[in-house]
Design a protein around this ligand. Structure first.
Ligand code: NG1
Ligand code: ZN
Length: 550
C-alpha cells in the first residue's frame, strides 16, 4: 500500500508529454530533451525493477550520443553490461506512454506479477547512473533518481559524467565482483595497451615511427576522458581537439557521425593536418572513425571507417591465432582452433565484406543496432563486430579465454618468451583492453594504435587493405516511418508493397549497384543507403530511391 502511494505521488510530479508516442529504439528513448523528464523518471523505475528481477546491479545512461545538443536520451544497461534485454522493451514503451499515474501504477503491478519480480521491499536494487556532457543531463538525472527512489529498496549511485562504454564496463565489472571505478577502467585499458606495446617485435620497434594521433573529441565527454587517459600511456602521443572546453558545440560540425556521413574535415582540423593520422569520437564516445586530410585544397577527407577498423582487428587477431597454433611437431590442438567470426550490418561497405571473406573469415549479417550485432558475435570464441559508423568491439568467450590463460601458463613454463607465448599474451591483452560490454571508442583507439605500431603501418598503409566502394547515405523525413518494414538483415523492404521492386529497378541501372532503405530506430526518418562503382552513380542511385520513398 505504501509502495503504491509512493509510486502515485512520485509520478504525479512528472507528467508525460502530450501527443507524442515514445519508443525504446536501438538506443533507448531519444527525443528533444525538453520532453524527456517523465520518460527518464519512468526509466528510473524500470531500471529498479530490472535490478530487483535480476538481483544484480544495472545501469542507467543519459545520453543522445551523436545527436544534437538539445536532444537527450536514456537507456538501461543490463547486468551483463550489454543492452536491456529485448523482452523488456515493449514494457518500456508502455511505461513511457502511460497517460496517468494510475495507468502507470497498474502497468507496473501487472508486470511485476507477470515477471515475478520480488517487490516486497525486502530485496534491494542498485542502479549505477551516468550521463554525458549535455546541459539537460543534470535535471534528467534528478528525474531518474526520483524514479528509482520511488521503488522500495532501490538505491541510485551517481557516477557523474561518463562515456557510455565506461558505464557499461562498470556495470559488468560490478556484477563480476571487480572494482568498478573510473580509475580501475583507466588502469585496465592503459596497462593492457602498454603490454601490447612491450610485445612489439624488436625489428619493428627499432624503426622510427610516427606515434602521434590527433583526436576530435566531438566537444563531448570522450575528449575530456581522453585527456586523462593519454597521460597514462607510453609510446603514444595523443593530441585532443574539440574537448568541449573551448566553447565548441557538441556534435556540431564535429564528431564521428559527422565525419563518417559527410566525409569532410571536422571543425578544428584543416590544411595543417595534411597526411596526419586523425580520429573522431562521437558525443558519448562509443564510436570511432579515423581519417586523413589528403590535400590542403579541399575539405574532403579520406575516411577510415568502422569496417576498416574491423578489418585491421581481424587481420591482427587472425595472425596472432595462427602463431599461437603453429606448434611445430605437436599434434594440432583442437581447442586452439578458435572459432573466429565477424558480424556486420547492411551498411558495411561491400568491399570490406569481400576482403574479410577473402581472408577466410566467417561473416554474418544482422539488422542495425548493437544488441543484434553483439548477440551474434557472442556466439563465437572470438567474435568481432562493427557498424560502418565506428561502433564495435571484439568479444572473447569465457571458455576460450580460460583455455587461453591455461595455455599461456603452460607456454610460460615450457617456452617462456617464445613467439607462441607472445601471441598468447597479446591475445590476452586484447581481451583486457577491448571493452567486453559494448563498443568503446577509447579502448578501440588504443587497440588501433597498438596494432599499427605492431605492424609498423601508417594510416595510409592501413587504408589500402582494400578500397571502399563509393557510397551515399541519405535520410528522408516521412510522416510515418513504420510504413516501411524490412527483412533479411534489412536488405529488403517488405512494405509498402511494390517499393522493393522500384528500388531493384533503380539499382539495376548501376554497375556494382546496391541499395536498401530502412526506418531509423533513433530518428523520425527513413534511411537510404546506396553503393555503386562511382561516387556519381552512388549519389544518383541514393537520390532516385529517396524520391521513391518521399
Ligand atoms: P538508426 O537511427 O536506427 O539508423 C543509428 C545508427 C546505428 C546505431 C544507432 C544507435 C546508422 C545508419 N545508424 O541508428 O548504427 O549506432 O544509431 O546510436 O548509422
Ligand atoms: Zn554514441
Amino acid at each position: 500500500e505504501e509502495q503504491r502511494s509512493l509510486l502515485l505521488q512520485s509520478s504525479s510530479l512528472f507528467s508525460p508529454p502530450q501527443g507524442v508516442k515514445l519508443s525504446y529504439g536501438t538506443a533507448g528513448f531519444r527525443a528533444d530533451a525538453s520532453i524527456l523528464r517523465s520518460t527518464v523518471h519512468r526509466v528510473g523505475m524500470l531500471a529498479a525493477l530490472r535490478s530487483l528481477k535480476t538481483q544484480s546491479v544495472v545501469g542507467l545512461m543519459i545520453t543522445a550520443s551523436h545527436n544534437k545538443v538539445t536532444d537527450n536520451g536514456v537507456k538501461i544497461v543490463d547486468p551483463s553490461g550489454g543492452m536491456l534485454s529485448q523482452e523488456w522493451e515493449p514494457f518500456a514503451d508502455q511505461l513511457a506512454n502511460a497517460q496517468t499515474p494510475e495507468a502507470l501504477l497498474s502497468l507496473i503491478t501487472e508486470f511485476v506479477e507477470k515477471e515475478r519480480i520480488p517487490f516486497d521491499g525486502l530485496q534491494s536494487a542498485e542502479i549505477l547512473l551516468g550521463r554525458d556532457t549535455r546541459p539537460s543531463g543534470e535535471s534528467l538525472l534528478e528525474a531518474a533518481k526520483q524514479g528509482i527512489s520511488s521503488i522500495f529498496g532501490a538505491i541510485a549511485l551517481d557516477l557523474g559524467i561518463l562515456t557510455t562504454p565506461q558505464l557499461h564496463w562498470m556495470v559488468r565489472a560490478r556484477n563480476k565482483g571487480k572494482p568498478a571505478t573510473e580509475p580501475a577502467y583507466f588502469e585496465q585499458i592503459s596497462s593492457s595497451f602498454r603490454c601490447l606495446v612491450d610485445l612489439i617485435p624488436n625489428e619493428i620497434k627499432s624503426n622510427k615511427k610516427d606515434n602521434t594521433v590527433v583526436v576530435d573529441g566531438a566537444d563531448g565527454v570522450g575528449g575530456e576522458k581522453l585527456e586523462v587517459l593519454k597521460n597514462m600511456l607510453t609510446g603514444l602521443v595523443i593530441e585532443v581537439r574539440n574537448t568541449g572546453k573551448g566553447g565548441g558545440l557538441l556534435n556540431d560540425g564535429v564528431g564521428a557521425d559527422y565525419v563518417q556521413k559527410e566525409k569532410v574535415v571536422p571543425r578544428g582540423f584543416g590544411s595543417n593536418d595534411v597526411g596526419i593520422r586523425c580520429a573522431s569520437l562521437d558525443g558519448d564516445a562509443d564510436r570511432l572513425v579515423y581519417f586523413t586530410v589528403p590535400t590542403n585544397s579541399s575539405s574532403k577527407i579520406d575516411l577510415v571507417d568502422g569496417d576498416k577498423i574491423l578489418s585491421l582487428f581481424a587481420v591482427f587477431i587472425k595472425e596472432q591465432l595462427s602463431i599461437l597454433t603453429k606448434d611445430g611437431n605437436e599434434n594440432p590442438n583442437n581447442n586452439s582452433q578458435a572459432r573466429l567470426g565477424v558480424v556486420q550490418t547492411a551498411y558495411a561497405n561491400g568491399a570490406s565484406t569481400d576482403y574479410l571473406k577473402n581472408l577466410g573469415l566467417e561473416v554474418i549479417f544482422t539488422p542495425t543496432g548493437v544488441k543484434h550485432l553483439h548477440e551474434k558475435a557472442a556466439q563465437f570464441d572470438i567474435g568481432i563486430y562493427f557498424e560502418a559508423n565506428g561502433h564495435g568491439t571484439i568479444l572473447f568467450s569465457e571458455s576460450w579465454l580460460s583455455w587461453l590463460e591455461a595455455r599461456n601458463n603452460e607456454l610460460s613454463l615450457a617456452s617462456a618468451g617464445s613467439e607462441q607465448q607472445k601471441a598468447a599474451l597479446r591475445l590476452l591483452s586484447v581481451g583486457k583492453l577491448i571493452n567486453q560490454a559494448v563498443g568503446d571508442a577509447l579502448s578501440c583507439l588504443l587497440l588501433v594504435e597498438a596494432i599499427l605500431q605492431h605492424k609498423g603501418w601508417s594510416i595510409q598503409k592501413w587504408n589500402e587493405l582494400y578500397q571502399d566502394l563509393p557510397s551515399r547515405q541519405l535520410k528522408v523525413k516521412v510522416v510515418d516511418r513504420t510504413a516501411v518494414t524490412t527483412t533479411n538483415a534489412e536488405t529488403i523492404a517488405v512494405s509498402p508493397p511494390g517499393i522493393q521492386e522500384a528500388i531493384d529497378a533503380e539499382t539495376a541501372k548501376h554497375l556494382k549497384g546496391r541499395c536498401f532503405i530502412r526506418p531509423s530506430g533513433t530518428e523520425d526518418v527513413i534511411r537510404v543507403y546506396a553503393e555503386a562503382s562511382t561516387q556519381e552513380a552512388a549519389d544518383s542511385l541514393a537520390d532516385s530511391v529517396a524520391k521513391i520513398v518521399d
